[in-house]
Design a protein around this ligand. Structure first.
Ligand SMILES: NC(=O)c1ccc[n+]([C@@H]2O[C@H](COP(=O)([O-])OP(=O)(O)OC[C@H]3O[C@@H](n4cnc5c(N)ncnc54)[C@H](O)[C@@H]3O)[C@@H](O)[C@H]2O)c1
Length: 265
């Protein structure tokens, strides 16, 4: 395994779900040598993932409980990471939620919940990371988790799609804003990834009578993926490692889909 990220200090939000994308990236980037601040609203999850990574890869880790919608907590997260590791090199704004609702059933309440966590959380994460990276004066990498839903919108998840288009829009604006500081801001957009989020959606479909059997929704969502299967968090590590490393120094404001070919534009 390459040690292209050796000694790079990385924050990953939403990394406390053991089967989730954030945790998958935490393991994968640690395997490539990065020190990881494992951050999530789920305290127990952050401690488990951080402890496991330290044991397996011998890198430095820190577990931080944070709600990405809370500015003060996000500032504290950056501060604690810098005091533990010395500086912040890479920020991955990954925390997110999804909800199913037909277009006419979307409510203001669920709109605000999704927009707050997925979009405003990314906004605060970009801002707080950029402030720290500008103060350090050595550039940096900001990676925001978008989705295929940031390029195509689906009627059963319109508010989720809006929140992910917002992530892509914020990333482009931030890329232009911080280019002079050599801070690259890019998005990566998964397609169908088997995580707790997808399992929850699968259960929601059964409980609403939209599907009959557990696993059916994930199967239906995966039908027709050109590369022939849904993905796992480990499928996303290579793209994240590329965006976190100097290999992507001449790339900013991009939204790379890692979706098995689901969306081709
Ligand atoms: N699973 C997929 O198919 C898929 C596809 C495209 C994009 N994504 C995106 O990838 C990201 C991770 O999704 P996942 O599938 O790993 O989901 P997940 O539910 O497994 O993990 C999400 C994590 O975010 C955390 N979180 C939720 N609200 C938070 C908050 N306010 N503050 C801090 N942490 C919070 C949760 O505790 C959880 O650990 C999300 O942004 C999601 O929209 C997922």
């Amino acid at each position: 395994m390459s040690d292209q990220l050796k000694g790079r200090n990385v924050i990953i939000t939403g990394a406390g779900s053991v089967t989730g994308i954030g945790a998958g990236l935490a393991y994968g980037l640690a395997e490539r040598g990065a020190n990881i601040a494992v951050c999530d609203i789920n305290e127990e999850g952050t401690e488990k993932v951080a402890g496991d990574i330290a044991d397996r890869f011998g890198v430095r880790t820190i577990a931080i409980t944070v709600d990405v919608t809370n500015r003060a907590q996000m500032q504290k997260m950056v501060k604690e990471t810098v005091s533990a590791f010395g500086q912040l090199d890479v920020m991955i704004n990954n925390a997110g939620i999804i909800e199913h609702a037909t277009f006419l059933d979307m409510t203001e309440q669920s709109w605000h919940r999704l927009m707050d966590i997925n979009a405003m959380g990314a906004m605060i994460g970009i801002q707080e990371a950029a402030k720290q990276m500008i103060a350090q004066g050595k550039g940096g990498k900001i990676i925001n988790m978008s989705s295929i839903a940031s390029r195509q919108s689906y009627p059963a998840f319109a508010h989720y799609c809006a929140s992910k288009w917002a992530v892509a829009a914020l990333s482009q604006a931030a890329a232009r804003q911080f280019a002079e500081h050599k801070i690259n801001v890019n998005c990566m957009g998964p397609g169908i990834v088997k995580t707790a989020m997808l399992d929850g959606l699968d259960r929601e479909f059964v409980s609403k009578g939209l599907t009959k059997l557990p696993g059916e929704a994930i199967h239906d969502l995966s039908v027709g993926i050109p590369l022939g299967r849904y993905s796992l968090p480990s499928d996303l590590v290579g793209t994240a490692a590329f965006l976190a490393s100097s290999d992507s120094d001449y790339m900013t404001g991009q939204n790379i889909l890692c979706d098995g070919g689901m969306v081709m534009l």
